[in-house]
Write a protein that binds this ligand. Sequence first.
Ligand code: ZN
Ligand code: ZN
Length: 435
Amino acid sequence: MCAGGRALLWAGRRAGWGAMPRGRRSISLLSLFTPSPPESAAHGAGRRAPQVLVRPDDLFHPLSKSPVKEMREKGLLIQANGSCATCVDETAATGQAATRAAEFECPDCGYPTHCSEEHWARDTGHRKELCGFLREANEDEHDLRSGRTLREFEFPSAQLAEVVVNLSSWDTFLYTRSFTNVTSSRAMRHVSKVLTYPVTIGAALHQFSPFNLKTGLTLEGLKSLTALRTTVKEHEMARSDKELAMQQMPLRVFVLGARAEAMLPPHLYLQLAYLLPNSPIHIYFVGPECIPTAEETRSTIVVSSRLALKYHKSFFHDAIWHFAPFDPFTDIFFLFSPGIGHPEARAGWQPTVEKLLETKCAVFATGFHERDMSCDVDALTEDFGDKMDWLLKPRENPFASQKRDFGIRNLREWAISNWGIYAIRGKRYEVQSKS
Ligand SMILES: [Zn+2]
Ligand SMILES: [Zn+2]
């Protein structure tokens, strides 16, 4: 069952096929790559060394008093759009509409959470369950915009052939891939929020995938992933086999309903290429919002000799003839937190899922949290249960973002990018001989 009141901000992602409802946004990744310029720089000429606005040992600031302009603006946005949590509870309990704006800032997390100090004091749930996470988010956001050099985003390049990548968890991945600048849990949260996309894809395709028969992969799933890994193996053999090299087809990774993941700096996807060092990879971002500019409908970015990113601003089911035919040996689909079960998006996703199942290729999908994922899974089972096979049973994703994101309208609504993961494929009917 979908919970009724959870729509709000995250619905932007879910309603990816329709017009973007006003005031709804997806998880923003911009802050990671656009540190706030010092306010004085607007008046100065030329480029200056970034000024440190917030010291690493003094990251917490109430949003209204933040030295960072974007954080003050965020506070105002929450005040304008959010509601007092205690008022919301009381309105629900009494049925009377008396919900006031969140103008009082919690002194512990610095977010505008309630209409008054009295209502804040009454909300024990806030302090018990939410405040600590909001405080962490407050400090993380200030750190990203502090103006310091974000060394954790200096990523390692190609893997040494003799070092085997361990994909059991973030820790083993970062260690075996030599991410030497990720030295704190805060840095881990920053980095995992963006790497969750390429590394989740890599984890599915890699020969040492964490998704195996012991962790929820089904026999059908093993067949699908083995087909893809056969292609990866051929790419490896093609290095020393000219004939094979002439015939090799790239891996095609389709990311449907793409939004935040399509806005990442392209070089981040090199981390996927380094996991599959011999494979040519084409990543197709498909969806009405995968290209930010209004005019553009298609583009290609060649990131390296083996990696190209292609953007198609359209619905997959409308653009399918650009990509057909499909081959389960080279093609794989990813739907990052698609919200297939969300009431506003469900009908929009149906023709796409229909086509996806026809391709007989593996389709991986993720969810923001348990409720989000089960909502999607329930809808898929209801709408397509007899047409699909499970490849990977719903489970937590070892390469989920480590960061919690909060809704502007309702701070109780949080989301974690790619928290959970599962995979399906169109049913393959065995040919039966007539007796
Ligand atoms: Zn109130
Ligand atoms: Zn608080």
